[in-house]
Design a protein around this ligand. Structure first.
Ligand SMILES: Cc1ncc(COP(=O)(O)O)c(C=O)c1O
Length: 348
């Protein structure tokens, strides 16, 4: 049985490997000046709109930090959910490299709302306070929930009105689009997002992310920022080729739809067990659940997953493009087998 540790525990989709192989011919110019990268940039404009400017980087943390670096100065602040990757899982890279303050907003479902943002829009113009300049949202969120199109639009309208810039961490954007049944553009450019970090590693790519500016006027100095932050890949063609295959065909939709379906199946199975309690809405490819505490270590031996919150013992199970129905059934069965042996009925 494969584990549920993360959607980046899975390997590389064979079609992505083939795309890398196809790009592995002849000599080509480096640093993003090759024809494959140009073709991928054009594809991004086709998908996200004529103003889209794409910059490939090595990983998601860099994409987030770099995207925000184009929006804020060190005396600015960025508002994000307290659950955001930006705040919890980037080892302070945003604070170190931006110099700006990242402010976490309390949120049960990892989403922010205009009301929540408004509550932190204080001391504007006060020279003693960091000035809120940007908002960062994650789609799908770190708790596996999803913003509707209307919710993102409401946030972006709020941002426009308040002269704030909107960043979207789209490490799992494709899972959100597949779940909502909409195009990638409908939940980004058309909703007024300014810049996004676009991922693929969690849906079958080998590595690489893209910083995509969705409207003109923000990316002017970005090539210098990327280089200064050591994120300009010399053989960019191999990143571009992956994104071209991923987004230029239905692969993103197939992989994300499959991962989302496996999560729903897992949630259905677990919700029928008295040894599991689902704790978050299952809207993308994550299932958050609690199990009898004594059972967790044994269960993790059968199929790995993370205890996400060490205080509440809430666990996170991620499904991915290669999760199978049999992985899911095996896990649900393991819960039923281990439950009677290792449970005292307590979930804390
Ligand atoms: C929401 C989110 N953003 C960004 C990232 C990208 O991080 P990395 O630097 O590991 O590529 C991740 C990876 O776990 C993530 O879950």
């Amino acid at each position: 049985m494969r584990g549920f540790g993360s959607d980046n525990h899975s390997g590389v989709h064979p079609r992505i490997l083939k795309a890398i192989e196809r790009a592995n011919v002849e000599h080509m110019p480096s640093y993003g000046t090759d024809p494959i990268t140009e073709e991928a940039n054009q594809l991004m404009r086709k998908i996200f709109g004529a103003e889209a400017e794409t910059f490939f980087v090595f990983n998601g943390t860099a994409a987030n930090v770099l995207a925000l670096s184009a929006l804020v100065e060190p005396f600015h602040a960025v508002l994000a959910s307290e659950h955001s990757h930006l705040i919890n899982d980037e080892c302070g890279a945003p604070e170190k490299n931006l110099g700006a303050k990242i402010i976490g907003l309390p949120s049960a479902d990892a989403k922010v709302t205009p009301d929540l943002l408004r509550s932190r829009l204080v001391r504007r113009g006060d020279q003693h306070a960091s000035q809120v300049r940007a908002v960062s949202i994650t789609q799908s969120t770190e708790l596996g929930t999803i913003y509707s199109i209307d919710e993102i639009r409401a946030i972006s309208e709020f941002c426009r009105k308040e002269r704030l810039l909107l960043h979207l961490d789209g490490s799992r954007l494709v899972n959100a689009a597949a779940s909502l049944g909409c195009s990638l553009r409908e939940i980004t450019t058309d909703c007024g997002v300014d810049v996004m970090s676009l991922g693929g590693t969690k849906n079958g790519l080998l590595f690489g992310e893209a910083v995509v500016f969705l409207r003109a006027g923000l990316s002017e100095d970005f090539k210098y920022r990327r280089k200064q932050m050591m994120q300009l890949p010399s053989k960019t063609r191999f990143l571009a080729a992956q994104f071209h295959e991923f987004l230029g065909t239905a692969l993103w939709l197939e992989n994300a739809t499959h991962a989302n379906r496996m999560a729903r199946l897992l949630a259905e199975g677990l919700s029928q067990s008295k040894y599991a309690k689902i704790t978050q809405a299952v809207q993308a490819n994550a299932v958050f659940a609690r199990f009898p505490r004594k059972m967790v270590a044994r269960l993790k031996e059968r199929a790995f997953f993370y205890v996400w919150n060490e205080t509440t013992f809430e666990c996170r199970l991620m499904t991915t493009w290669d999760t199978t129905e049999s992985d899911v059934r095996g896990f649900v069965q393991a819960v039923e087998e281990l439950g009677p042996l290792h449970s005292d009925g307590s979930f804390v």
